[in-house]
Design a protein around this ligand. Structure first.
Ligand code: FAD
Length: 414
């Protein structure tokens, strides 16, 4: 695979861009792989990449029923932050954020990481107390955050109305190195590197069954034939319950559609990411100028993967109090993705009751930011059978009542 560089762009400019190679191969499935990953979202692809890069395991297939990155990875609002409360969460999210800092160089693919700063507004006394506590926890965890005043909020983001009638801004939790990245590029960059290492990415190939023998995984049945494997990683977000059922175990996961929308593009007016959890909305401005707006989840479990109209009104009405200038914007697009929610709002990175099957899910409304860290840890878990990054996120925590409670940090978890 030839390297992307400024020289490559210049060279191709002189030959009408006829020399670019395909970013990844579209191979026929082999009969057997050492490792099969189900789900070519960010987490599945990152797992495959770090299996190859960190552990030398390259006889790997990533199986995807649609197109790679077409699930939640290509549908999210791209917020990256690591200001979580509990130590195990801060560790994995900060590892991830740190990997994002150099991901473009590592993958030789511009993922457009933009550490423009993320602020979480405190609009009630309860939130002020919560975020002050998180800032102190973050200081102990080595995560750079601070609690800032309403005046500083206004300075960083002049379009915010800090004296709103119902929910004035009382301060904010500010993470200066949080930000955004281009979601498709993250999936594409990992996919390109996996393909370069000789791994097979099998798109339009749905896993329809899991085969086992004597309590151990032997392979999967797919719409493109049976594929044998030594180890199986299930990384399918909202569809985790279905895959677990195929393998004969149950998961504490609920699947629900999470909503987002973007406005028409306007001139630059906001160069930070703002999350307003009390009114339940969050907003950033994309490089194209669109205001990227995230809303809530549908109030009922479903797999519809499409926008729901009542959320447009709810989300926009909520945000207008804090951002009056958006009241005249026209909406361009709205969509939804099926997110996988656990009771403690923390992920599951775990072995399962079936020998050789590992599960990575439960990232819910906030797993885009975790893609590099999750891939790093889950690859280690699959390769070695244990990983310090994943230790607290095993399935057994639900039986033992050892939750990693992030419901405050992750009420709106993006
Ligand atoms: C609207 C919205 C906004 C969000 N905003 C943010 C945000 O700002 N910041 C943040 O950090 N997170 C955010 N998230 C969450 C984030 O997008 C997800 O947590 C993350 O992308 C999950 O990645 P994944 O790789 O686990 O899943 P996915 O990207 O969904 O990939 C799973 C893949 O598995 C495939 N699959 C399913 N079943 C099968 C099968 N039987 N056979 C083969 N393949 C199968 C699917 O087709 C899919 O491509 C948001 C999510 C949504 C929906």
């Amino acid at each position: 695979m030839s390297r992307y560089s400024v020289f490559a762009v210049a060279r191709e400019a002189f030959r009408n861009h006829t020399g670019w190679q395909r970013a990844w191969r579209s191979p026929e499935p082999k009969r057997r792989y050492d490792v099969v990953i189900v789900g070519a979202g960010g987490h599945g692809l990152a797992t495959a990449y770090y299996l190859g890069k960190n552990h030398g395991i390259r006889n790997v297939a990533v199986i995807e029923k649609g197109w790679l990155g077409g699930g939640n990875t290509g549908r999210n609002t791209t917020i990256i932050r690591s200001n979580y409360l509990q130590d195990p969460s801060a560790a994995i999210y900060e590892k991830s954020r740190a990997l994002y800092e150099n991901l473009s160089q590592d993958l030789n693919y511009n993922v457009m990481f933009s550490p423009r700063g993320v602020m979480m507004l405190a609009q009630t006394e309860h939130e002020v107390r919560g975020y002050r506590r998180t800032a102190q926890a973050n200081a102990l965890q080595g995560v750079e955050t601070e609690f800032i005043t309403p005046e500083r909020v206004k300075e960083l983001c002049p379009i915010i109305e800090t004296r709103g009638p119902r929910y004035p801004v009382l301060g904010a939790l500010w993470q200066p190195r949080g930000g955004t990245a281009r979601h498709d590029a993250v999936a594409w960059g990992y996919a390109r590197k996996c393909s370069e290492m000789g791994m097979d990415i099998l798109q339009r190939c749905e896993v329809t069954g899991v085969t086992t023998e004597g309590g151990r995984v032997t392979g999967v049945t797919t719409t493109r034939g049976d594929i044998g494997c030594g180890k199986l990683g299930i990384v399918v977000a909202g569809h985790s319950g279905h895959l677990a059922a195929m393998a004969g175990f149950r998961l504490p996961i609920e699947s629900v559609a999470l909503q987002a929308l973007v406005s028409e593009p306007i001139k630059p007016c906001m160069d930070v990411v703002v999350m307003a959890n009390t009114v339940h909305g969050y907003m950033s401005q994309s490089d194209k100028g669109e205001m990227v707006i995230g809303g809530g989840a549908d109030g009922y479990n479903n797999y519809t993967q499409r926008g729901s109209f009542h959320h447009i009104e709810e989300t926009v009405r909520a945000l207008i109090e804090t951002f009056p200038m958006i009241s005249r914007l026209k909406m361009l697009r709205q969509w939804g993705g099926i997110v996988d929610m656990t009771g403690d709002r923390s992920p599951i990175l775990s072995k399962t009751p079936v020998e050789g099957i590992f599960i990575n899910c439960g990232w819910g409304t906030g797993g885009f930011k975790a893609i590099p860290g999750s891939g790093w840890g889950f690859a280690e878990l699959m390769a070695k059978g244990e990983s310090p990054l994943c230790a607290a996120f095993g399935l057994e925590r639900f039986r033992e009542g050892r939750f990693v409670d992030e419901s405050v940090a992750a009420g709106v978890a993006h």
